[in-house]
Design a protein around this ligand. Sequence first.
Ligand code: SIN
Length: 475
Amino acid sequence: MQTQLLIGGQWRDGAEGERIVVLDPATGEEITTVAAGTPADATAAVEAADRAQSSWAATAPRERAEILRRCWETLIAHTDELADLITREHGKPTADAKGEIAYAAEFFRWNSEETVRIHGSLSTAPGGANRIIVRHPPVGVVVMVTPWNFPAAMITRKVAPALGAGNAVVIKPPKETPLTALRIAELLHEAGVPDGVVNVVPTSDSGNWFDAATEHRATRMVSFTGSTEVGRVLLRRCADRVLKVAMELGGNAPFIVFDDADLDAAVEGAIVAKMRHSAETCTAANRFFVEAGVSDAFTEKLAAAMGELKVGNGFDADVSCGPMINAAAIDSIGSLVTAAVDAGASVAVGGNMVDGPGYFYEPTVLRGVDPTAPITREEIFGPVAPVIPFADHDAMLAHANDTEMGLAAYVYTQDLAKGMRTAEALESGMVGLNRGAMSDPAAPFGGMKQSGLGREGASEGIYEFCETQYIAASW
Ligand code: SIN
């Protein structure tokens, strides 16, 4: 297994020879160590990307598309091995880890198809004097900062379109889950990605690493997935060089159940929306608004379903909720639950940390939560479902939108017109209507308000990594 930095096609140690310890969150034990990149290594990686950039950009779209397609095939062929790495360093159950590899690989297949369809346009200027030619060249070297919750998919969702558009990239994977990132980079090279086009530099000195990477004159864009808090800091730093940015930030998704919903389907969707990937997703349902007439029945059914979920080591059969990423995560979840109970909510199921080793929290349902309680303002990032009964539709919608976040939302009703009206009224980049999952490489993933800037996936995703050039031409 590669545990060094990948710079310009060479595997090597960091400039200062330091290592990052990678921990298994299910046991708290060390798995291995990886090389820690320094700011000098970040600079070296940008330089390697810069050297590779122009020849990669000059390849025919079809050639890039075929390499991307081989990346898809190669990742799929290594599903078991990659899923094993994900479960080891992130902790999510094997079934979720395998699902993540299918999802991650699909970004290559989808973008291999988009690579040959980066369209420009030709029109006649309204005055008739010239033609307006619009084309979309690659943006240039892209610095990518990725999160630990999807160790594979949050890398491929950026790398596949960036490469398809003709860019070279430098990735800073999270220090919690660098092993999957390094192995994916190795496999991309096996699939034909040229040296220097993908560089991976884990670090334990994120701030200085980022400054070095973004201060380099060759860097043209930053693509980040993570919290809104960190996103704001990175945006400020990008402003100094007026870098193009794509930001996938935090969420606070409302999950709305009207009294005409199919309650069993709503509970099934709620489990997916809350619990996929051990509840550590930014699209996770964070606040359950349930119409008063069905609130008790929904809460009871949801509590029964959550209570049946087996918590444990992701490698164990039947486990559907793995460990949280670290001790700070379970402390934060525990504090939010305690504050909600202190403010009048009651626990329908769960509500406790599970004894270690490892960082586990019981799947939890809280009933009677006040719509303004702290747990409704924070991204829980853990297996807790606060249920807020509502009677007035307009007041519920006002509460649902009363957040600076606008990433995902969910609506359950059998009245399609009501569902569509509600979806359109939600200030959210993505809405699941009678669905608990909406992530799809063919759909534009991204948020409104402080949940982000730009979209990943769909046709939009590849244009994020392009410039727009207009040529006024006369002939
Ligand atoms: C995320 O949590 O950042 C991504 C979730 C997804 O792609 O479904």
